[in-house]
Ligand binder design. Structure first.
Ligand code: NAG
Ligand code: NAG
Ligand code: NAG
Length: 169
């Protein structure tokens, strides 16, 4: 009984873990390209192997979104506040909980410690739907339907058995 209860308690968490949008890692060390992220997931955008001595500026379209210098991340666009992190020792920018409106064209300008522009990386960000909820709900509907069919068949057989006493099923 206890075991059943603990499964019931854990179940929502298992489902949540399963439904959680996956995280995406996009590496653009030399090339520009498209990065496709699951809606609600986290994006790790790596633009250099090591940015410890560099300054990075992220643009969304022509708007400067954030500046990463020394240990600080300076946010210029409210939409990116509280969900953006920088890992300078592997040159990665992390954006959490990617939303539909985050889709679009981005650019990262990389400067060395003397302020000399070293390179720019351009990224087309695509946001795609998290497919898991649909899969799970579809699976659950089919399961529920089969259960209803099974129960109906059992009830039907039982009532038949009652009408014909002694009948062998
Ligand atoms: C960011 O977090 C602070 C403190 O938790 C909160 O006051 C602020 O409203 C948040 N900003 C956004 C844009 O979510
Ligand atoms: C990155 O570079 C800094 C300074 O050049 C160095 O101290 C650090 O160990 C490097 N980090 C990695 C992960 O290589
Ligand atoms: C960079 O470092 C962070 C924090 O340690 C880690 O979460 C992330 O996966 C790393 N990114 C890459 C591309 O190695």
């Amino acid at each position: 009984m206890l075991r059943v209860l603990s499964i019931l308690v854990l179940f929502p968490e298992l489902i949540y873990g399963f439904l959680r949008p996956s995280d995406t890692m996009c590496k653009f060390l030399d090339t520009d390209s498209t990065c496709s992220v699951t809606h609600g997931g986290d994006l790790y955008l790596q633009v250099m192997a090591n940015a410890s001595d560099h300054r990075l500026e992220l643009f969304r379209g022509s708007k400067k979104v954030l500046i990463i210098r020394r240990e600080t991340v300076k946010i210029l666009e409210e939409a990116f506040r509280n969900r953006t992190e920088a890992f300078r020792n592997n040159g990665t920018i992390k954006i959490q909980n990617v939303q539909w409106e985050d889709a679009g064209k981005y650019k990262v300008d990389v400067y060395d410690k003397d302020g000399i522009h070293l390179k720019k990386v351009e990224v087309m960000l695509e946001v795609k739907a998290n497919p898991w909820p649909v899969v799970v709900y579809a699976g659950a509907s089919v399961g529920a339907f089969l259960l209803v069919v099974l129960v109906s068949v059992c009830i039907y057989r039982k009532s038949k058995a009652h009408k014909q006493p002694g009948a062998v099923i």
